[in-house]
Design a protein around this ligand. Structure first.
Ligand SMILES: Nc1ncnc2c1ncn2[C@@H]1O[C@H](COP(=O)(O)OP(=O)(O)OP(=O)(O)O)[C@@H](O)[C@H]1O
Length: 250
């Protein structure tokens, strides 16, 4: 197995917190996998993804992406990854096209190439008729699709998505997942978080279940189901490992 992301003993404790949000996380994410990072609320998924994207610094530990080290070559990593955050990162008063021209220019994609790409991606994701409309008039599903395009304009080798289908209708979700599958087929490694177990079971080639900052288990959906007594689907594996207790914290 060729490894795309190698995570070595990452721990994270936020400044104002008395417990660790990640504790000695060790993970290997295979090249060209669709890797699902699953866990209950507060498990540490966003924290881990934010560290891998360079948005947060770990308290200890390091990682490599495509052979580039987070300690020695963080700027090399920046060019290899794309990020689709949970919150919309779009300017509401700009059009979809203007938003994407802005995000593409941050990665120095040449203007002519950028225009062609934006038109192509918006068309593929069913938004060709809305290209020049302001994003503030868009539905949640339309914003999610523009948010996704913003993360892939520079052809990243690895794409991180934090709950890319949250709050969207069935149609938008199907469009997003099938587009991501196409990207993956062409070579992009995808790391994604979700609370939707059926979606993850269908979409992911590999899964890690995280809870209270620790990785519990890693494997293909099939392996995880086969290795859990009486489980027929991923949701049952998830409940068997993480329990039924609510994870509300204030
Ligand atoms: N900025 C912060 N300061 C202090 N603690 C934080 C901060 N951000 C997250 N935490 C804590 O770190 C832990 C992990 O949070 P994180 O957001 O990574 O979980 P998550 O798995 O992404 O949850 P969700 O599914 O709700 O998005 C939680 O206990 C959370 O309260």
């Amino acid at each position: 197995m060729a490894v795309m992301i190698n995570i070595q003993n990452i721990s994270k404790q936020y400044k104002d917190s008395d417990s660790q949000s990640l504790e000695n996380v060790v993970l290997q994410i295979p090249q060209q996998s669709v890797f699902g990072l699953l866990g209950p609320n507060g498990a540490g998924k966003t924290t881990l993804i934010s560290i891998l994207c360079g948005i947060l610094k770990p308290t200890s530990g390091s990682f490599e992406i495509d052979g580039s080290s987070s300690v020695q070559n963080p700027s090399e990593i920046k060019n290899k990854i794309g990020v689709v955050p949970q919150e919309y990162a779009l300017y509401p008063t700009l059009t979809a096209f203007e938003n994407l021209m802005y995000f593409g220019s941050l990665y120095n994609v040449p203007k002519k190439e950028l225009k062609l790409k934006i038109t192509d991606y918006l068309t593929h994701l069913g938004l060709s008729n809305f290209m020049h409309k302001k994003v503030q008039t868009f539905s949640g599903g339309m914003k999610r699709r523009v948010n996704l395009i913003a993360g892939i304009l520079h052809n990243p080798k690895v794409l991180f998505l934090d709950e890319p289908t949250v709050g969207v209708d069935v149609q938008s979700r199907a469009t997003i997942i099938s587009y991501l599958k196409e990207l993956n087929k062409k070579g992009t490694t995808i790391v994604y978080t979700s609370h939707l177990m059926a979606e993850a079971e269908d979409f992911c080639t590999d899964i890690a279940i995280i809870d209270q900052g620790k990785i519990f288990i890693q494997g293909t959906p099939k392996e995880l189901i086969q290795n859990t007594p009486n489980a027929r689907k991923l949701e049952e594996v998830f409940i068997a490992l993480t329990g039924k207790n609510l994870r509300d914290v204030v």
